[in-house]
Design a protein around this ligand. Structure first.
Ligand SMILES: [Zn+2]
Length: 125
């Protein structure tokens, strides 16, 4: 399975390939979440992982901070949530071997589960 996402950043044309190995990790992580059905079929946020914007900060054009382990990404998401008073959570990146954190606008809905897909297409950090 090969999915290729191309994106132009400034003058550069970068190619990022989704790694099958990462896809499996990402998928296993997504379906563990309580709101996976919602993430895939209602809000469709889960699909944002296929966008290069899940790996690159749209505003700076730079790669997002990469966490090597789920644990460190979770911790970072927790502290960011407190700091920004908004829900952040982690997600497995399909484009690199790490994890990133992000928030999305749906997180503001009260009662929305704490473990959810964070696809950062709508991220505004
Ligand atoms: Zn990444």
């Amino acid at each position: 399975m090969k999915l290729i996402s191309e994106v132009s950043i400034g003058c550069f044309n970068m190619k990022h390939k989704i790694k099958w190995r990462n896809f499996r990790i990402w998928f296993a992580d997504q379906v563990k979440r309580k709101v996976w059905f919602r993430n895939f079929f209602i809000t469709r946020n889960a699909w944002g992982a296929f966008s290069i914007n899940s790996h690159i900060n749209q505003h700076t054009g730079k790669e997002k901070v990469c966490y090597n382990t789920v644990e460190s990404a979770k911790k970072a998401a927790d502290s960011m949530s407190k700091k920004r008073n908004a829900h952040f959570s982690y997600y497995k990146c399909l484009f690199c071997d790490g994890y990133h954190i992000g928030k999305n606008r749906d997180n503001k809905i009260s009662g929305y589960d704490d473990v959810k897909s964070e696809n950062v297409i709508s991220e505004r950090i």
